[in-house]
Design a protein. Sequence first.
Length: 63
Amino acid sequence: MAHLIEVNVAEGLEGQLPADLDLSLIEQAIIAVLQAEAQAAPLEVGVLITDDQHIHVLNRDYR
């Protein structure tokens, strides 16, 4: 089973995140959930680290 997992940081936020933020931990958490749910079919999971303003834009555009 090969899941596609992408964890991205929104443009412009790179310097605003805590220095000790480990994006690989987010990927590991996703993998743990997929394993706990016994998800066999390949899935695509995307996570975007962003700010409130960008979330409002995404909600407006995709709702």
